[in-house]
Design a binder for this molecule. Structure first.
Ligand code: FES
Length: 237
């Protein structure tokens, strides 16, 4: 048996948070998400959590599991030991138990305009991209917006209006995309006091990303690009 200790809170009726304890049969290959479904179906039908694909693709099941943000569907229980402690993503209001309100998270994402912006006439059929150009955004496009980086970021904890590592990583995905050619607009979207320079390069996001993407490095590259673009404007070249 594995013992699950799960954060519980219903803001419509609870005054304080609590942790409920459940015993889950530790079958071979059991994931944390399997355990949550076992509890939901057999022990407590009121438990709230998010999931969809159950395959590490949709990003909806990120939560804080035994001290680290992870995807519950790709996290095996066995290496965690007999006790599994689960909390929701941090820095966002809890709607119920492990479900948080992602409105602010996606508001920041919208702010970076997550689509191609080009100065040129869009091609009639398709935007051709060479393999070498595609390689430049290879890892960046893998982000599934699970929120693990956001939950682990102490800057996001202190400033809810900070764009956050997820939105900045997505900005990098477009800034370094050869088909996205409006650099000036892109830079303006991230070059402000709640944007790219608000990142303190703490590297938590790099450590927790379940897709092994490095938002810190992408943000550092955007800081350099922003500075160069401003210098070029200053010296008029
Ligand atoms: S359920 Fe889709 S990533 Fe876990």
């Amino acid at each position: 048996m594995a013992t699950f200790h799960i954060f519980r809170f219903d803001p419509t009726k609870d005054k304080t948070i609590r942790f409920d304890r459940f015993e889950v049969p530790d079958k071979k290959g059991l994931t944390v998400l399997d355990g949550l479904y076992y509890i939901l179906e057999n022990l407590d039908g009121s438990l709230a959590f998010r999931s969809s694909c159950r395959a590490g693709v949709c990003g909806s099941c990120a939560m804080h599991i035994n001290g680290q943000y992870r995807l519950s569907c790709t996290t095996s229980v066995k290496p965690l030991g007999k006790n599994v402690t689960i909390r929701p993503l941090a820095h966002l209001p809890v709607l119920k138990d492990l479900v948080v309100d992602l409105t602010n998270f996606f508001r920041h994402y919208e702010k970076i305009k997550p689509y191609l912006i080009t100065n040129d006439q869009p091609p009639k059929k398709e935007f051709i991209q060479q393999p070498a150009q595609r390689k430049k955004i290879e890892s960046l496009i893998d982000c599934i917006l699970c929120g693990a980086c956001y939950g682990s970021c102490p800057v996001a904890a202190g400033e809810p209006n900070y764009l956050g590592p997820h939105a900045l990583l997505k900005a990098a995905r477009f800034i370094f995309d050869s088909r996205d050619t409006n650099d000036r607009e892109r830079i303006n979207l991230i070059n402000h006091n709640l944007g790219v320079f608000r990142c303190h390069t703490i590297f938590n996001c790099q450590q927790v990303c379940p897709k092994k993407i490095d938002p810190s490095e992408a943000i550092a590259r955007m800081k350099m690009k922003t500075v160069w673009s401003k210098l070029r404007g200053f010296f008029g070249s």
